[in-house]
Design a protein around this ligand. Structure first.
Ligand SMILES: *[C@@H]1O[C@H](CO)[C@@H](O)[C@H](O)[C@H]1NC(C)=O
Ligand SMILES: *[C@@H]1O[C@H](CO)[C@@H](O)[C@H](O)[C@H]1NC(C)=O
Ligand SMILES: *[C@@H]1O[C@H](CO)[C@@H](O)[C@H](O)[C@H]1NC(C)=O
Ligand SMILES: *[C@@H]1O[C@H](CO)[C@@H](O)[C@H](O)[C@H]1NC(C)=O
Ligand SMILES: *[C@@H]1O[C@H](CO)[C@@H](O)[C@H](O)[C@H]1NC(C)=O
Ligand SMILES: *[C@@H]1O[C@H](CO)[C@@H](O)[C@H](O)[C@H]1NC(C)=O
Ligand SMILES: *[C@@H]1O[C@H](CO)[C@@H](O)[C@H](O)[C@H]1NC(C)=O
Ligand SMILES: *[C@@H]1O[C@H](CO)[C@@H](O)[C@H](O)[C@H]1NC(C)=O
Length: 445
């Protein structure tokens, strides 16, 4: 589908674009989330005799990429001989060599400390404001109130009158590799409000860095694929073969176990992903079923299946690009939102679980896959809606921020010849009435 875009660019421009960008287009720039980044801010709010107090905030601005278990790890290299006297809201993973301190012992003397988040029920004396999420950050479009985390550090061992030196080489694991952080640069001091918003206060000094994600750097195996089906064709278009590796491709592909086989009872496999063997071998499959064609609406059933035997996906999300989301959309069993898109031809919808109902995509067991599913009712735009040429299928799907392998258009379910049977069903209202009546009758017995 990207080929369409390329066709409009001159070959020369294309070549230079490829030469200039070391990673592929989808890595360096995500057109569906052009401003996605994680911003790390150091706000110095107090001077001390030998250093300063700083509040560090990690803010996830990605629309649909979150940080999941086991959570973020933030590291840097001190520019001078700084030490961390104490911390609240997080902790340094290693104390390092503090042997030159005789009286008060610092929390960490590492030249390059790595900071980890505290768990949500950390004791009150170790907490700071907006802290302690166990390293998890929600995606911005899903829950902005849980998309950031803060902790506070008392930095010391600086020469008397110093106003601090920005740490160097910021690194962010979230939880694996994939992020590249720019240098921490001086910016306007962070301003916050006081006295019920009537007074503005500002910190002494602010350093900011932006961390950008690249799936190329993350070096992740593909995690998901897309399959399709329709009411008008019994043929199911399955995921492309070997979307996430082949069973026989060697020892380094994900380990798979045939359906119905008992799981090995060993802890030896606890660190590796174990998935059910399939033609695609993906841990996750997204299925798009075109279910009904009404006079002025159409209905899709969206199912996300988990083929992992040892992994639940908490707070999963699915992003779907489809022109039909430009019209009004009703999603029955997922929470959803239409994302703002700039310069994209097709609309983008984001789906995630409903609290206390299906935010957790459970692992498979020997009898069945883990799955979450919803029906989606879309209003028709009479100008554009069509069943031909695969229009009704999604253009692109992401699971938890990672792009899913799509079947080739050649394999899409095709319309039967002589499409008499494809006239829209009677009016939606009638159909609903009939369905409801049937349901009532059913529940009666
Ligand atoms: C990071 O994201 C924020 C919020 O979308 C945006 O204002 C900012 O410009 C982004 N920074 C970079 C360097 O892209
Ligand atoms: C610890 O630091 C002291 C003083 O800075 C140094 O003399 C000593 O060799 C260090 N110890 C180790 C094990 O690095
Ligand atoms: C929590 O605070 C106590 C007392 O201040 C301290 O001993 C302990 O190491 C802290 N725990 C963490 C994880 O920072
Ligand atoms: C920061 O990283 C660069 C590149 O990895 C390295 O050359 C440099 O020595 C590092 N600086 C410090 C202070 O660790
Ligand atoms: C498999 O992984 C091992 C170590 O992780 C590596 O040494 C080896 O080259 C890999 N083999 C292939 C075929 O990628
Ligand atoms: C996944 O969730 C189920 C049900 O809550 C739980 O029994 C199982 O241990 C979880 N699996 C992992 C790997 O945490
Ligand atoms: C949908 O998501 C929003 C934002 O996270 C949340 O406030 C709302 O309660 C959710 N709705 C349901 C039904 O879960
Ligand atoms: C539809 O017709 C074409 C030729 O007209 C034929 O090749 C194809 O097999 C037919 N498809 C079906 C589903 O009957």
């Amino acid at each position: 589908m990207n080929l369409r875009i390329f066709a409009r660019i001159s070959p020369l421009a294309l070549v230079s674009a490829i030469v200039l960008t070391l990673c592929s287009l989808s890595d360096c720039y995500d057109p569906m989330d052009p401003n996605g980044n994680i911003t790390v801010t150091f706000d110095i709010y107090k001077w001390t005799t030998d250093g300063y107090m700083v509040r560090v905030t990690i803010q996830n601005y990605h629309q649909y990429r979150h940080i999941e278990k086991p959570g973020w790890k933030l590291g840097w290299t001190w520019a001078r001989d700084e030490v961390i006297w104490s911390m609240s809201g997080a902790f340094a993973a290693q104390q390092g060599n503090c042997s030159s301190f005789k009286f008060q012992i610092p929390h960490s003397c590492k030249k390059n400390p790595v900071i980890l988040d505290l768990i949500p029920d950390a004791s009150p004396e170790n907490r700071s404001e907006d802290c302690c999420h166990g390293g998890l950050l929600s995606a911005w479009a899903i829950d902005p109130s849980k998309s950031f985390s803060s902790f506070e550090i008392q930095v010391g061992n600086l020469e008397g009158s110093s106003t601090g030196h920005a740490p160097l080489n910021l690194t962010l694991m979230a939880p694996g590799p994939g992020y590249t952080c720019g240098p921490l640069v001086n910016t306007d001091p962070t301003v916050s409000s006081d006295i019920g918003g009537r007074r503005e206060v500002q910190v002494f000094r602010t350093w900011k860095s932006t961390c950008i994600y690249s799936s190329f750097l993350a070096n992740k195996a593909p995690v998901c694929c897309v399959s399709l089906s329709t009411f008008y064709n019994p043929r199911i278009t399955s995921c492309p073969t070997c979307s996430c590796g082949c069973k026989d491709a060697g020892p380094n592909t994900s380990f798979c176990i045939s359906e119905g086989t008992a799981l090995p009872q060993s802890d030896a496999l606890s660190d590796t992903d174990v998935v059910q063997c399939t033609n695609h071998n993906c841990p996750v499959r997204v299925h798009w079923h075109l279910k009904n064609n009404y006079l002025d609406h159409w209905r899709v059933k969206l199912t996300v299946s988990n083929y992992n035997y040892k992994r639940n996906y908490s707070s999963w999300n699915v992003l779907v690009q489809h022109p039909g989301f430009g019209q009004s959309v009703i999603t029955y069993s997922f929470n959803s939102s239409i994302l703002p898109t700039v310069g994209l031809e097709d609309e983008v919808a984001l789906f995630w679980g409903i609290d206390y109902y299906n935010t957790e995509l459970l692992q498979a067991d020997k009898d069945q896959l883990g799955s979450v599913t919803t029906e989606i009712l879309l209003k028709k735009d009479m100008e554009s809606f069509t069943l031909s040429n695969g229009w009704a299928f999604p253009r692109r799907i992401y699971f938890n921020g990672e792009s899913c392998q799509m079947p080739l258009p050649d394999n899409f379910p095709v319309l039967p010849n002589g499409s008499l049977s494809l006239n829209p069903s009677p009016h939606l209202f009638l159909l609903l009435t009939v369905t409801l009546t049937l349901k009532l009758v059913n529940s009666w017995f």
